[in-house]
Design a protein around this ligand. Structure first.
Ligand code: PLP
Length: 222
């Protein structure tokens, strides 16, 4: 099926209040343009080099979402071009993105990435870890960051109960963070969760953003 048909199908399963981020990593510029020409504007990349190479080749009204593992020495590549960084997964990164954003006079929109899956390899904060950090370093300490919500990946498994439970943990952690640190801040509102294999479950569990690649663009050639 074509990218156009894939997108049409996906939109039939995504409510209007859930934002679709088209994950274009490893796919060429012309695939992104095909999606763009159907009306998509939000694209997600996970490698800084690939992101900065694509940006100048594509329309300037695209919102670029950075969703990948970010090393602190690559922060300066990503901060100027990203509309939203989903993958803020350590206190070191919070500090680094604040510092770089201050340097270029930008308020960077970010999501805190949570580690809820059962795999050790996954990035992100454990819920108690980010709560403790924010207790000691309240959001006002980072004037160049706009905390927009949280992001997570579920365990990579066929077991729907495990996936659903991971997403429930994400949602309840969002509620705790919202109540404790952003109860008067309407900007802290996003729950970015759900990929090609599990976005139906993520939406049922309260996702406000889904990040879908394979179901739109087909398999990636690594
Ligand atoms: C690649 C990627 C996705 C998209 O995965 P698909 O299974 O291709 O839909 C979503 N989120 C993150 C963080 C990714 O790296």
């Amino acid at each position: 099926m074509s990218i156009e048909e894939n997108l049409k199908n996906i939109h039939q399963h995504i409510p209007a209040n859930v934002k679709l981020v088209c994950v274009s990593k490893f796919h060429p510029v012309d695939a992104i343009l095909q999606a763009y020409n159907t009306g998509e504007r939000a694209f997600g990349e996970n490698r800084p080099q690939e992101l900065v190479a694509k940006v100048p080749l594509l329309p300037s009204d695209i919102e670029w979402h950075f969703i990948g593992n970010l090393q602190t020495n690559k922060v300066k590549m990503v901060v100027p071009v990203a509309t939203l960084i989903h993958s803020i997964s350590s206190t070191k990164l919070i500090e680094a993105v604040e510092k770089e954003s201050a340097k270029i006079n930008k308020i960077s929109r970010i999501l805190l990435e949570l580690h809820v899956s059962k795999e050790d390899s996954k990035q992100g904060f454990f819920p108690e870890e980010i709560i403790e950090f924010l207790n000691e370093n309240p959001p006002e300490r980072f004037p160049h960051l706009l905390f927009c919500g949280i992001m997570a990946m579920a365990t990579n498994t066929d077991n729907e109960e495990i996936i659903r439970n991971d997403f429930k943990t994400v949602h309840s952690t969002f509620d705790i963070l919202k109540n404790r640190f952003w109860s008067n801040d309407a900007q802290f509102k996003e729950i970015s969760m759900g990929m090609s294999g599990d976005y139906h479950i993520a939406i049922a569990e309260g996702a406000t953003m889904v990040r879908i690649g394979t179901s739109i663009f087909g398999p990636r050639q690594y």
